[in-house]
Design a protein around this ligand. Structure first.
Ligand code: CUK
Ligand code: CUA
Length: 633
């Protein structure tokens, strides 16, 4: 990792500012106030195209061209859904302000929302394997006709081989599937144009079945590609392949789906995995796989039809193979399909190039390598690529700590290995993993903003001890003449990988719950009840409102199991209540019109104050009732 090449000396910065400031008509203080980062000043030197323009706002970006300032009280134009990595959640940011608006717990337990504390979410987490955390990498929003439809977001769990669905009406996780035969679900993406499947790309190779067989026979391990039905979240089929897979992205026509991979060597140590100079991009032929499943050409493993997609499989010998293997240098990491569906672009990771695969040509060529039509030399450690819809690709360079902008058609025309397609590079701070541009995963990217998700922040923020935040940097890409412009740094809690950026018009979140959408029955004021349903079991149904729960006190017996179901009967949006019971680990939240249930043991006699955890009114502190647990007689 390099960290020295992009640090300008103070002197150099001073000179750049002197050159720039008169042209901008700003003094130094204005300039710094406007959010100019030291690195940007250097990058802008001599860049007069940028400086001549003024959008008149004088706010936001360093040049005034990229207006990232969203004044207090105004809304952002985009939602950005960032994965939280091993925090196990999703973060929702507004763009371009980069304000974090919400977190959506997915595989983790989260006390602000009571996620993993109420009965429904704990049962969902329990049925999905009972783990207390996960590793989210790739949040992908559902599409119809290759455009965001606002229904769902999906995200993988790389730690435990799972896929989750987030309902974008309520911004909450509503389903998790534990994917059989897959350990480490890494890439996640939808089969487009209409989200027919959500794909979980299996990374780690394991014995199939992983039941103690083949412990010492790594050549018998395999990784699978899993197709999940987005409505039912059931795994419909899987495909077994050679080597490790890594990331994935779907073509926009519903036929081809691409994964990168490493370790075609089938090694188990790092040196074994990196011997070969090439690895394989795999192109999955979805209709051919469906036909194989239909024809019964599969082995059922853990109740899932598994199609053999290995290179020597009979299903790969005919004219319509289920998987095409495309040799690519060297342990390619990210892959993404261009908005026009012409190309899949895989980043070399251990090779300084990206490989451009012609998707239409894949149908015609016998040797899949002939579908490779470009291989621009981009820089050190290319990882992921995003698009602006104007024919440019933007690729992160992990080792160079840069984002490189390049011309896709120029790369097709140039010789393999040429640097000519490179348009521009911008320094980022530091070591970027993914990057994402507005609506880059659709057929029609917006082409204005790009976020570089940098793994290291080093000295960019106040020190907070040995653990550092990541640094998500906002870059304006809307001006091809003026060039890319670094606009903001945003510290991020560990650790975003990928993101999806969706225009706000395409998502319609509910303001309050619709009781019809909930499984639990609504309890209105006057309908509250306490019922002993068995010798040692009490069921409570009550409401909550400013500033009371349905009962001022509830009496149970020591040893009782208590089921408490609470409806927030407020109709005013934003008035949240919760039910907290000290010393019982009870913490459930109720948004307006929401009903939530928790079951706990009342095993210690005594008085317990049940209270509301959200500051909901001036009498919030008085919003409490007693749980009286009588000693066993
Ligand atoms: S991966 Cu993390 S930087 Cu999981 Cu898409 Cu490349
Ligand atoms: Cu309800 Cu505080």
């Amino acid at each position: 990792m390099t960290d020295t090449t992009h640090t300008e000396t103070d002197d150099a910065q001073g000179r750049d500012e002197e050159m720039l400031l008169p042209q901008l008509g700003l003094d130094r203080r204005d300039f710094m106030k406007a959010g100019a980062a030291a690195g940007t000043l250097g990058a802008m030197a001599g860049c007069t195209g940028l400086l001549d323009r003024d959008d008149g706002t004088g706010a936001g970006g360093a040049s005034g061209n990229a207006d990232a300032h969203v004044p207090p009280g105004e809304l952002d134009e985009y939602y950005a859904f960032l994965s939280g990595g091993h925090s196990g959640d999703i973060r929702v940011l507004g763009l371009p302000s980069m304000r974090e608006i919400m977190r959506i717990p997915v595989f983790n337990h989260e006390s602000a929302r009571g996620y993993g504390y109420d009965d429904e979410s704990s049962e969902m987490l329990e049925e999905a394997g009972g783990y207390t955390w996960g590793d989210t990498h790739h949040p992908r929003v559902s599409q119809t006709d290759n455009d965001y439809d606002g229904r769902w977001a999906f995200v993988n769990d790389k730690a435990n081989g799972r896929m989750a669905r987030i309902n974008l009406k309520y911004f909450e996780t509503d389903a998790i599937v534990d994917i059989p035969n897959q350990q480490g679900t890494h890439g996640a993406c939808c089969v487009l144009p209409d989200t027919k499947y959500v794909i979980g790309v299996g990374e780690f190779r394991v014995p199939l079945e992983n039941d103690g067989r083949s412990l010492d026979a790594p050549d018998e391990y395999g990784s699978v590609f899993a197709a999940i039905n987005p409505e039912t979240m059931n795994v419909e089929w899987e495909v077994l392949v050679d080597g490790n897979m890594d990331n994935g992205d779907g073509g926009k026509e519903g036929k081809w789906f691409f994964t990168t991979g490493y370790n075609s060597e089938g090694g188990v140590t790092e040196s074994e995995m990196t011997q070969s100079d090439r690895d394989m991009v795999k192109a999955f032929n979805i209709p051919a796989i469906e036909a194989a499943v239909e024809a019964g050409d599969y082995e059922e493993i853990n109740e899932v039809p598994v199609v053999d997609g290995r290179q020597d499989s009979p299903l790969n010998s005919g004219s319509d193979p289920v998987v095409k293997y495309i040799p690519t240098p060297k342990s390619p990491h990210g892959v993404s399909v261009t908005p026009d569906n012409n190309y899949a672009i895989a980043s070399g990771k251990l090779d300084p190039t990206a490989t451009v695969i012609d998707i239409a040509a894949l149908d015609e060529v016998d040797d899949p390598e002939e579908a490779v039509v470009g291989r621009p030399r981009l820089g050190m450690g290319p990882l992921h690529t995003a698009y602006d819809g104007r024919g440019h690709a933007y690729t992160t360079l992990f080792i160079d700590s840069q984002v490189v902008k390049w011309d896709i058609e120029a790369a097709v025309e140039a010789d393999l290995g040429s640097e000519d397609p490179v348009v521009e590079k911008i320094d980022v701070h530091y070591n970027p993993g993914h990057l994402i541009a507005s609506e880059s995963y659709t057929a029609d990217p917006a082409g204005d903003w790009l976020i570089s998700l940098n793994k290291l922040s080093k000295d960019r923020f106040l020190p907070v001890g040995p653990m550092h935040p990541e640094n998500d940097q906002l870059i304006y890409i809307g001006d091809d003449e003026g060039g890319m412009e670094l606009v903001k740094d945003k510290p991020s809690y560990a650790e975003p990988h990928d993101a999806s950026i969706v225009h706000r018009d395409k998502i319609e979140p509910a303001k309050t719950y619709d009781p019809e959408d909930l499984d639990l029955e609504h309890t209105a004021a006057g309908e509250e009840s306490v019922e002993r349903v068995a010798d040692d079991r009490v069921e409570v149904k009550m409401y909550s409102m400013r500033n009371e729960f349905g009962f001022p006190d509830i009496t149970v017996q020591e040893g009782d199991t208590v089921e408490m179901q609470v409806t927030n009967i407020e109709t005013t949006s934003d008035i949240l209540h919760s039910l907290v019971i000290p010393e019982h680990d009870v913490n459930i939240k109720m948004a307006p019109q929401e009903t939530t249930k928790v079951t706990f043991e009342a095993d210690e006699p005594g008085v317990y104050w049940m209270y509301c955890g959200f500051f909901c009114s001036a009498l919030h502190l008085e919003m409490r009732s007693q749980l009286l647990v009588e000693p066993e007689g």
